[in-house]
Design a protein around this ligand. Structure first.
Ligand SMILES: Cc1cc2nc3c(=O)[nH]c(=O)nc-3n(C[C@H](O)[C@H](O)[C@H](O)COP(=O)(O)O)c2cc1C
Length: 407
């Protein structure tokens, strides 16, 4: 893992080398589209599919250089959205049991293959047929590598974490139980879902419950559909096949989330510079106390209503000081963050795909709960890793950063 951390570090030299002109006309396709002859349910056709819509949907459609510009209900590094989402539906009244692709662009679920005794259960660590929905999050690395090169490996797992967190929020909004399934068979799923070199499964969740009838493996893999209009290959395919280790920790689960919060979510593009109310600051501090192992949360308070500004770890001030400008420099000169109230830095001593995934899930929870309280949040993936480590005085790997504040 040390090798992957080092290869995907941002340093001033790497940032300078990568800051080339990007031809947005050459952006690879952002959405996978299954053939038109397949059966589809529109998101609003069946009430039980609401949870799919709230997990992944388009919430803004604009235009840039005469091309459509989509934003979704979940954030993504550079708005590139390398993630795709699949559902196995079994035993839900009024819905054909089968494996579906969630087609966010067209607002529908596409039935790829019907199921009976066989299904995805054996690939996600379940012996018995699962009544409800099995959710699989995949990643299409080239969509992100196209812009970010090797750094994209981290962004793909962070983005997949946001997608998993978005499923948790959607389940909360629709009042359903959901479990993060640990121990997926990444290679088995890769083959069963008909993926090629362009797409890899990352994480699975279950909404519903396991029954007592045995489930078999799929007799045939699903049809292969390329998720891209073109590709220049994936830089390190083996890195995408590492099965992320993730546990179903309580800290990943959001409180009751409203549908409106999901549909209105945006990343903050500016902060007001005002201090939070004491209640707001206490809320941020207590939310960060819930960060699950193996993640740790550092906070750089820049505008705290009552406590001294400075560096905090696990709620304890370890260094007082005014660090806003210095922190922005380490976040690759993103100076709008100086007006945020706090910068949260997630670190770990167990760097790998599972920790990155967990960081994405946790920050999605922060987006949801802070958003519900009217606070602004932005996930930050661009930072100089080694400089941040040195600043905090830690050997722990930096996983992800988030800015929170009044907007
Ligand atoms: C993994 C990840 C890394 C991100 N890094 C940054 C960043 O360094 N700076 C920034 O301003 N926004 C960052 N963002 C936010 C995205 O730019 C934002 O999600 C995207 O532009 C879409 O906008 P929306 O979140 O409002 O839908 C990041 C988001 C994710 C998920």
């Amino acid at each position: 893992m040390k090798r992957l951390y080092d290869e995907t570090l941002l340093t001033p030299l790497r940032v300078a080398r990568n800051s080339k002109y990007l031809d947005w006309d050459a952006q690879p396709s952002q959405f996978k589209e299954y053939p038109a002859f397949l059966f589809r349910y529109a998101f609003d056709e069946v009430a039980a599919l609401k949870v799919a819509q709230l997990s992944r949907c388009v919430t803004f459609l604009g235009e840039i250089s005469s091309k459509p510009y989509y934003r979704l209900n979940l954030p993504s590094a550079g708005n590139l959205h390398p993630t795709e989402l699949y559902l196995q539906i079994r035993g839900i009244r009024g819905v054909i049991s089968g494996i579906y692709h969630v087609d966010a662009k067209n607002g529908c679920l596409v039935l790829i293959q019907e199921i009976d005794k066989e299904g995805l259960e054996p690939y996600v660590g379940l012996r018995h047929r699962f009544k409800g929905m099995l959710v699989v999050v995949s990643t299409v690395p080239f969509r992100s590598e196209w812009k970010y090169g090797r750094r994209a490996w981290r962004y793909c797992d962070l983005d997949a974490g946001h997608q998993a967190g978005s499923v948790l929020a959607a389940a909360s909004a629709t009042g359903q139980n959901v479990t993060i399934l640990s121990g997926i068979d990444t290679e088995g799923l890769h083959q069963a879902l008909g993926f090629g070199d362009e797409e890899y499964p990352v994480v699975a969740l279950g909404i519903g419950e396991e029954g007592d009838r045995e489930a078999g493996r799929l007799e045939h893999a699903l049809m292969h559909v390329c998720p891209l209009d073109y590709s220049e290959g994936t830089r390190d395919a083996s890195a995408y096949l590492l099965a992320p280790k993730i546990s179903d920790a309580k800290g990943y689960r959001p409180e009751k989330i409203e549908e409106e919060t999901i549909l209105r979510r945006r990343s903050a593009r500016r902060f007001s510079g005002e201090a939070l109310s004491k209640e707001g600051a206490d809320f941020v501090a207590s939310l960060l106390q819930e960060v699950p192992e193996p993640l740790h949360a550092w906070q750089i308070w820049m505008h705290h209503p009552t406590l001294p500004d400075g560096i905090y770890r696990d709620g304890v001030c370890v260094d007082r000081g005014e660090y806003a400008k210095l922190v922005c420099r380490m976040l690759v000169d993103q100076y709008f963050i100086a007006e945020a109230s706090a910068v949260v830095i997630l670190t770990t001593d167990a760097f790998g795909p599972g920790a990155l995934l967990g960081a994405g899930i946790f920050v999605q929870r922060v987006y949801m709960e802070a958003g519900q309280k009217g606070l602004g949040v932005t996930g930050i993936g661009a930072y100089y890793d080694l400089k941040l480590q040195q600043f905090l005085g830690t050997d722990e790997a930096i996983l992800y950063v988030a800015a929170i504040g009044a907007v």
